[in-house]
Design a protein around this ligand. Structure first.
Ligand code: MSP
Length: 484
């Protein structure tokens, strides 16, 4: 069984933020966990580079759209590297291959596409057509961008989404197409019950020129969302490439709560129209706020992933995003909480268990561990948490083991066993500690790959190999203490 996991592809209208970082990291955990099981994995991420919003940003910064998106996409690729993301592919919607294949997809969808007139509202910030009901609820002002919706009256192409609504509904309800968590599933099924409409899937070229031409009609470019969703199969070489046959349908598509309807209503409609299977699961994560407030340039509260990595390191940021942001809800970042998680959990609990075990083996046994007993903890809960994308719970499970180990050390007091001269007993205790640490390293591998590798390096050869730097050296202060 092969495994295909995707993130959404972020817009390149601004530099990457913590929300993007979290999504990359979550998908990375799934990819790494599947690889550790020996499954062939394809993990793709990328950037969404067309549309009016991006064209506008490029114009504002006096760059051509192409130069602008090249620079910005690079920032997302750099972020993936800084976060140690193990993606196999990075798709850009300006890639030739994506453009060509998007046109093939369009042609294959033509039986369900018709020309019509769109009279209604649009938000360029969201790149979304807005229904009258939503507009009314929001009093004609986009709550995300604080701008009045733009009134459009234009010719464009429509996709017959209505035709597929019952099938989408059935797939979600039967669980053949899973949407998790359940709250998100209910939102989507309610949305479909209220009635999906056919959707606009193109814009006039003169209004939204930065896009992929509609095949056979240069007066229209594809609507950016319609085209961006296609990345999940263009990246596999749809329709003819082996990878498409091997890896589609996706196992998990990781997306944020603001874009669940695109992924759980529109995207399945497109797939059904193409006659190809729906993904097995869409996992919808929540939003990160900063110090209890929405991340926003105007509030000036943005904290970049890079700053956090610089201070605490990649694995510490991964840890925070995976454990301290609820996997099924919204969460908060603050320097104080980051600092506490780092010092209390990573340094005092995990780092300390590693450090003292290694130090005692070196001091009392010249570094020789002896026979390491096999791992013995029940990891069923950890595994099911991972299958349900409850990264926070999976890490809680690992931390149960970390705490259990520290408790064991405090109770056994190997230093006293050593004083009493009970060499054999001491060897068993330290070998058991080592076994626990190697088990912990195995469980941490998808989450904190660098840390897990270091722990293995120290212990796995049966003789302690000291590492240069302390794992998670403690910090006295944090940037938030001085800045805010
Ligand atoms: N380009 C579209 C996705 C197209 S996928 C075919 C898009 N881009 S985005 O840059 O606005 O968002 C990318 C991802 O980041 C989305 O999953 C979105 O939910 C997520 N986040 C954006 N802000 C976020 C937070 N504050 N917190 C967590 N994730 C957030 O939508």
């Amino acid at each position: 069984m092969n495994y295909f996991v995707t993130t959404s592809i972020p817009y390149v209208n601004g530099p990457p933020h913590l929300g993007h970082a979290m999504e990359f990291v979550m998908a990375d955990v799934l990819a790494r966990a599947a690889r550790a099981d020996g499954t062939p994995v394809l993990f793709s991420t990328g950037t969404d580079e067309h549309g009016g919003k991006i064209a506008q940003k490029a114009a504002d910064s006096k760059q051509t759209p192409k130069v602008f998106v090249d620079n910005m996409s690079k920032e997302f690729q750099d972020l993936a590297k800084q976060l140690n993301i193990s993606n196999d592919r990075f798709v850009r919607t300006t890639d030739k291959a994506h453009q060509q294949r998007a046109q093939i997809i369009w042609k294959n969808l033509e039986k369900d596409i018709y020309k019509g007139k769109y009279v209604g509202l649009y938000c360029t910030g969201c790149e979304a057509f807005v229904t009258d009901v939503v507009a009314k609820e929001n009093k004609d002002i986009c709550p995300h961008h604080n701008k009045p919706y733009e009134k459009l009256q234009e010719e464009n192409y429509f996709f017959k989404l209505t035709k597929y609504a019952p099938q989408i509904q059935r797939a979600i309800e039967s669980g053949s197409f899973q949407v998790i968590p359940a709250t998100r599933k209910h939102e989507i099924t309610n949305l479909i019950k209220d009635g999906l409409e056919d959707i606009s899937v193109s814009r006039p070229t003169e209004k939204a020129g930065w896009g992929i031409a509609v095949p056979g009609d240069t007066s229209q470019v594809m609507y950016v969302w319609f085209e961006a969703l296609m990345n999940y199969i263009t990246v596999l070489g749809y329709p003819e490439h082996e990878d498409f046959k091997k890896f589609w349908p996706a196992n998990v598509q990781v997306v944020g709560k603001d874009i669940s309807r695109f992924h759980a209503a529109i995207w399945p409609g497109m797939l059904l129209a193409l006659g190809i299977p729906l993904p097995k699961m869409v996992y919808v994560h929540g939003f990160i706020n900063i110090d209890g407030q929405k991340m926003s340039k105007s509030l000036g509260n943005s904290v970049t992933p890079k700053e956090i990595i610089k201070k605490y390191g990649t694995d510490a940021l991964r840890y925070y995003l995976l454990r301290h942001i609820p996997s099924y809800g919204d969460g908060d970042f603050s320097w104080q909480r980051m600092h506490d998680a780092y010092n209390n959990e990573l340094a005092n609990e995990l780092g300390n268990a590693v450090q003292r075990t290694a130090a005692m083996i070196i001091q009392f046994q010249k570094g020789i561990i002896g026979n390491i007993p096999p791992a013995e903890h029940d990891i069923a809960q950890y595994q099911s948490a991972l299958e349900e994308c409850r990264f926070d719970r999976a890490l809680d499970e690992v931390w149960e083991q970390v705490r259990g180990l520290n408790q064991y050390i405090d109770e056994q007091k190997p230093w006293e066993i050593n004083k009493r001269g009970e060499a054999e007993h001491l060897r068993d205790v330290l070998a058991y500690q080592t076994s626990c640490l190697l088990e912990i390293a195995g469980l941490l591998q998808p989450f904190l790959p660098e840390t897990a590798t270091q722990i293995r390096y120290v212990f796995e050869e049966g003789i302690v190999r000291p590492i240069k730097d302390t794992l998670f050296p403690k910090h006295d202060t944090h940037p938030g203490a001085t800045k805010r």
